[in-house]
Write a protein that binds this ligand. Structure first.
Ligand code: AMP
Length: 214
């Protein structure tokens, strides 16, 4: 059983890889971005509080995320193992995660850092399409759906995230870089961090991560 954390800038392919790996290994996929977007869509209190931050490319406050993470860990599927995508993003979050995981009698086994260049990130995010039903990820050029605007997997309609605009992408990258070095060091010290070059094809990147997750 594996408990994995995926780190990397927005657009490094965390969502795509986490989905594929969760399926391959039969473990839970936990995307804090997906959970937040669902809350925004459902207009929950959390969604209303988070939306302004998300639209500006800023981090949602740690307290809101902690509560969300704790709730998610009450679901039984995490017992099979999990892959976290988009959490932690700050050192405080990494410490919260450690506590939450410890309370369940678990430990993080592996942290993978997806290393991508800014130009690839901007190109990927500005063409990203997401399924409104199942969350599958496509790209206008790199990974076009078979039928325009429709998901290959479930037929749901595809949309562009409101934060995938060039200005917001740049802001998200800036926010990411501020916190990333500290997080990387934190997991390096625990001897859990592995770097994977992530500018290439999704299937090649997946093979590299899968080899680490054995
Ligand atoms: P993502 O789908 O991972 O790109 O996340 C989209 C947005 O959700 C981010 O730009 C943040 O505003 C918010 N978000 C997701 N995960 C976190 C987190 N761990 N901490 C703070 N904000 C987050």
């Amino acid at each position: 059983m594996m408990r994995i954390v995926l780190l990397g800038p927005p657009g490094a392919g965390k969502g795509t890889q986490a989905k594929a790996l969760a399926e391959k290994l039969g473990i839970a996929h936990i995307s804090t971005g997906d959970i937040l977007r669902q809350n925004v869509k459902d207009a929950t209190l959390l969604g209303k509080e988070a939306k302004g931050f998300m639209d500006r490319g800023l981090l949602v406050p740690d307290e809101l995320l902690s509560k969300m993470l704790q709730d998610r860990f009450t679901q039984g599927d995490v017992k099979k193992g999990f892959i976290l995508d988009g959490y932690p993003r700050t050192l405080a979050q990494a410490k919260t995660l450690e506590e939450v995981v410890k309370l369940k009698g678990m430990e993080i086994d592996l942290v993978v850092y997806l290393d991508s260049s800014d130009s690839v990130i901007i190109q990927r995010l500005s063409g990203r399409l997401v399924c409104s039903k199942c969350g599958a990820i496509f790209h206008i050029k790199n990974m076009p759906p078979q039928k325009e605007g429709l998901c290959d997997k479930c037929g749901g309609s595809l949309y562009q995230r409101t934060d995938d605009k060039v200005d917001t992408i740049k802001k998200r990258l800036e926010v990411y870089k501020k916190e990333a070095a500290v997080l990387i060091k934190y997991y390096e010290r625990q001897n859990k961090l592995y770097r994977v070059a992530a500018d290439g094809k999704a299937s090649d990147v997946l093979a590299k991560i899968a080899a680490l997750a054995k």
